[in-house]
Ligand binder design. Structure first.
Ligand SMILES: [Zn+2]
Length: 347
């Protein structure tokens, strides 16, 4: 076990209504100068990215903007090398944030995360997930600033927020898997990071009804929990506290039946299945997801029952370095079918 442990954390986290307009002053106040590259998706390009660009220009920054959706990360890296910005600001949902985080990490430029939806914990984590890099996320670097405007996020479709809750509920089984790896494989385990991740799942479970109302208060709860879980990964130095067997299931399902449901939605269903395997209270997890309005069945994930069974079996082989309950229980197709039926994920 390595006794030296380095923790990289975001320097500033700003959450609240209308904070978007402060981005220029915040970047200036932190000592950044000259050019800033603003990356956004085609949908966020309009109002939200314009507000960010206006705020940066008012604070006398020289801005360049670029739409990243569909553009490979290499294009973004080329653009960063060409204009040498002091900061890269990513404005958008999951994909934009991931591309911006990865490209800025690879080029050594600090990254500012401006999420427009609370759909997964990548808004604050040091991990980047890109299709071109395969199903597993890679360790990049945490955003230097996270600016989460709850007014902007509350305008996103509720389905995205519910998906974010699925990604958070996943911490219940992720932490169990991490503890298991510690006990059985002597893997590094950090109690603080584990508890921080668990707390972000617990806060979602306790506030499911407020979240379902889709109020600014509910959005704030989800955003803060997503940020806490990102910080838990920063403290652990890996995705361990936030990503276990339930994430392996979600990644396997991405390979088997891509694009039919969201990452967090798949993780939520994975958590029900893996909680059953861990002999945890899977019924409570299912009930919380139902109360939130997140999927709990194959049907709601828009996949076939056999896709679920297949994903549970394949999950184990996806990442041999990550010891989880799937490895301990040596899941076969027969067992996977039994678990999926017992939890009502498939009929
Ligand atoms: Zn996730």
């Amino acid at each position: 076990m390595n006794s030296v442990h380095t923790i990289d954390l975001p320097t500033k986290v700003i959450v609240g209504e209308g904070v978007l307009k402060q981005v220029g002053d915040i970047c200036r106040g932190m000592g950044y100068r000259h050019k800033i590259l603003v990356l956004s998706g085609p949908h966020t390009r309009t109002l939200v990215a314009e507000t960010v660009l206006d705020s940066l220009r008012e604070a006398s920054f020289d801005t360049t903007d670029m739409t990243v959706e569909g553009a490979p990360a290499e294009h973004v890296m080329d653009e960063i090398k060409r204009i040498s910005p002091s900061l890269v600001v990513g404005v958008g949902g999951g994909k934009v944030i991931d591309v911006a985080k990865y490209a800025s990490y690879r080029t050594g430029v600090p990254f500012v995360s401006v999420p427009t939806a609370a759909s997964h914990d990548g808004i604050a984590s040091p991990m980047a997930s890109l299709k071109s890099l395969g199903p597993i996320s890679i360790t990049a670097r945490a955003p230097v600033v996270i600016l989460a405007d709850t007014e902007v996020i509350s305008r996103s479709p509720y389905r995205l927020t519910a998906s974010g809750c699925g990604d958070l509920i996943a911490k219940f089984t992720a932490v169990r898997d991490w503890k298991l790896a510690y006990r059985e494989r002597g893997e590094y385990y950090g109690d603080y990071a584990a508890n921080l991740a668990l707390m972000s799942a617990e806060v979602i479970a306790r506030n499911s009804k407020v979240i379902r109302e889709n109020s600014v208060e509910g959005i704030r709860t989800v955003v803060e929990a997503l940020i806490s879980s990102g910080v838990a990964m920063c403290i652990a130095g890996s995705s361990r506290p936030c990503s276990g067997s339930e994430h392996l299931f979600a990644h396997a399902l991405d390979l088997i039946a891509p694009d039919r449901s969201l990452h967090g939605e798949r993780c939520g269903v994975g958590t029900i299945l893996m909680a059953y395997l861990h002999r945890m209270n899977w019924r409570r997890i299912k009930k919380v997801l139902e109360e939130i309005g997140a999927p709990t069945t194959a049907d709601e994930l828009r996949v076939e029952p056999e896709h679920i069974v297949d994903a549970v079996v394949r999950a184990r082989k996806l990442r041999p370095d990550r010891f989880t309950i799937l490895e301990k229980r040596k899941i076969t197709e027969e067992k996977a079918l039994r678990i999926a039926k017992a939890t009502g994920v498939i009929p």
